[in-house]
Design a protein around this ligand. Structure first.
Ligand code: CO8
Length: 262
């Protein structure tokens, strides 16, 4: 249900494809287990620098598998923790770009919200329709939407279950760029290439939860003053790396930097 393809100009981009087309990539337990395993494999393989997460042209993911969930009782989701590992994506320290064509609903939108950058195809549809099936977002939707946008938009999405277009998603700040359906993945891979040519160590400092600190992610998880302090400490810490010295020296010497990841 998950395909992993090595791609990019330097063959260091992991293209992870949700591959359950008959159910519009609905997120069933097996798919999420395979996704979690694939992401962890990429996380610990140094030859991968950046991840692009995508689906197919009709669906990124139409949400959690409603047919599978319909049978569950409280004890299954609480005591037996049916949804274990469903949030692995949010713990990955390598940059993740979502390339969203088609439906990204419920858990599909929430996967996109967990990614660092969201590119959308012009046919993309986002939304939190859980309310219409008698439940609420469970993979972070009620928490991340207010941080990405504002209370009013978050409430509208989660209370009415409205679907929004790629253009709307760009206007509210979830999506950074929109492309044609065909151009979406090539453009996401080009972006991944631009990220991958930087020092992995410094990329990690921008993105990752190093000792629970991070730079951009801190903006979503702390107050402004704590976030500014985290940024300052991480900025200072780059001066303990060779890659910071190399990057600045290479600029002054008008040459490309040679990263050693140290
Ligand atoms: N679950 C299971 N099957 C699905 C799902 C789904 N979410 N979405 C689509 N499918 C299946 C359909 O049942 C259909 O199967 P079949 O051919 O066997 O009948 C097939 O995919 C094609 O779907 P449609 O015929 O419905 O295609 P349409 O183009 O007519 O409609 C829609 C596309 C609008 C996307 C429609 O399928 C739809 O509304 N899907 C459900 C969307 C939804 O409500 N998603 C939210 C689910 S709840 C959720 O995500 C909560 C996440 C919280 C997780 C918590 C973890 C801790």
């Amino acid at each position: 249900m998950i395909t992993l393809t090595r791609t990019g100009a330097q063959e260091n981009v992991a293209l992870v494809t949700l591959n359950r087309p008959n159910a519009l990539n609905a997120l069933c337990r097996q798919l999420m287990q395979e996704l979690s395993e694939t992401l962890l494999k990429i996380e610990y393989d140094e030859s991968y620098r950046v991840i692009v997460l995508t689906g197919n042209e009709k669906a990124f993911a139409a949400g959690a598998d409603i047919k599978e969930m319909a049978k569950l009782e409280f004890k299954d989701v609480f005591q037996n923790d049916f949804f274990t590992n469903w949030d692995t994506l949010s713990h990955i320290t390598k940059p993740v770009i979502a390339a969203v064509n088609g439906f990204a609903l419920g858990g599909g939108t929430e996967l996109a919200l967990m990614c660092d950058i969201v590119y959308a195809g012009e046919n993309a549809v986002f939304g939190q329709p859980e309310i219409s099936i008698g439940t609420i977002p469970g993979l972070g939707g009620t928490q991340r939407w207010p941080r990405f946008t504002n209370k009013s938009i978050a409430m509208e999405l989660c209370l009415a279950g409205d679907k929004i277009s790629a253009q709307d998603a760009k206007e509210v700040g979830l999506v950074s760029k929109i492309f044609t359906v065909q151009q979406l993945i090539p453009e996401a891979v080009l972006l991944a290439d631009r990220i991958a040519k930087n020092s992995p160590l410094i990329v990690k400092t921008v993105k990752a939860r190093l000792c629970r600190g991070s730079s951009i992610n801190a903006a979503y998880e702390t107050s402004l003053s704590q976030g500014l302090q985290t940024e300052k400490h991480l900025f200072q810490s780059t001066f303990a790396t060779n890659d910071r010295l190399e990057g600045m020296t290479a600029f002054a010497e008008k040459r490309a930097p040679k990263w050693t990841n140290q």
